[in-house]
Design a protein around this ligand. Structure first.
Ligand code: PAF
Length: 283
């Protein structure tokens, strides 16, 4: 596994591989890797000749009062894990100054309702930071396929829109959320949880599953389903940031469930904000 730190080295790597006709699968990450990330690596290896992973804790996607400073940076462990898969050909690990040098002033944004709902409401500016950095990474890596996890559902919808609107020649592959045994979605932020909080956090997926069953059993009123989720979460004493049910395709608001929907939740357990979702096809 090559470890490259500069854009110039990446340009050279990408040029060589394109010349040899190798397709590139790209997995962008912020490190502190877990099995969710590794499932993206596996999917990329299945579909592409070469797999490129990036690790970059992107400062411009964190709000002023968020966890940028304490975000876990465990680079040695990440490198060991990626090498262990034997599936990663290149790891791109730029320093902040390489991707965002002093004076950097550009921004890429999907400026519509996609970024004003769900996490967009509680994390203003977050998605602009994501789209700006992912646009830069796509320009550098020029992958045939980009692999993203469904856990960040809104991010996947926004990045697909950016890729379509800006004509990036990259296909987006969304891979299923990987879960702990009790259903908690794997996330780098789970390590912030104390053992008791960790136990409590499992309620989020249970509440989402309950909501999924209600819809499958014929409940079509969004308000009723959302109220049931809230009831279950309140019983577990967790703070709710949002619970929403939106059309999965375009995150549009619905009052009755008639198309495929995403049930999305963000909760705060202790001091940790966690997100999760399930997508429910309507028969
Ligand atoms: O999902 C993430 O880890 C980040 O938002 C991403 C896509 C790597 C951009 O910094």
């Amino acid at each position: 596994m090559k470890i490259l730190k500069t854009i110039a080295e990446m340009n050279e790597y990408v040029r060589k591989n394109k010349k040899r006709g190798h397709s590139l699968g790209f997995v962008p990450t912020m490190g502190c890797l877990h099995d969710g990330h590794l499932s993206l690596v596996n999917a990329a290896k299945e579909e592409c000749a070469k797999v490129v992973v990036s690790i970059f804790v992107n400062p411009i996607q964190f709000g002023a009062n968020e966890d940028f400073d304490k975000y876990p940076r465990v680079y040695k462990k990440d490198i060991r894990q990626l090498k262990g898969t034997k599936k990663v050909d290149c790891l791109f690990m730029p320093e902040k100054e390489e991707l965002l040098p002093e004076g950097f002033a550009a921004a890429v944004t999907v400026d519509n309702e996609l970024q004003s709902v769900l996490c967009g409401q509680s994390r203003p500016g977050h998605f602009k930071g994501v789209t700006t950095i992912v646009a830069k990474l796509l320009n550098i890596v020029r992958p045939e396929k980009l692999f993203l996890g469904q856990k960040d559902f809104q991010q996947t919808v926004i990045l697909k829109k950016m890729i379509k609107d800006l004509d990036f020649d990259t296909q987006v592959k969304v891979c299923a959320t990987v879960r702990e045994k009790d259903g908690l979605a794997m996330s780098s932020r789970n390590i912030y949880l104390s053992p008791e909080e960790r136990e409590t956090a499992a309620v989020m997926y249970k509440a989402l599953q309950m909501a999924e069953s209600m819809i499958e059993l014929g409940e079509h009123e969004v308000e009723k389903v959302v109220n049931e989720i809230k009831r279950k979460l309140k019983e577990a004493n967790v703070k709710i940031d949002y619970i929403d049910i939106l059309r999965a395709e375009n995150l549009a608001e619905v009052s009755r469930i008639t198309d495929e929907v995403v049930i999305a939740a963000a909760i705060i357990v202790g001091k940790t904000r966690l997100i999760d979702n399930v997508v429910v096809p309507v028969k």
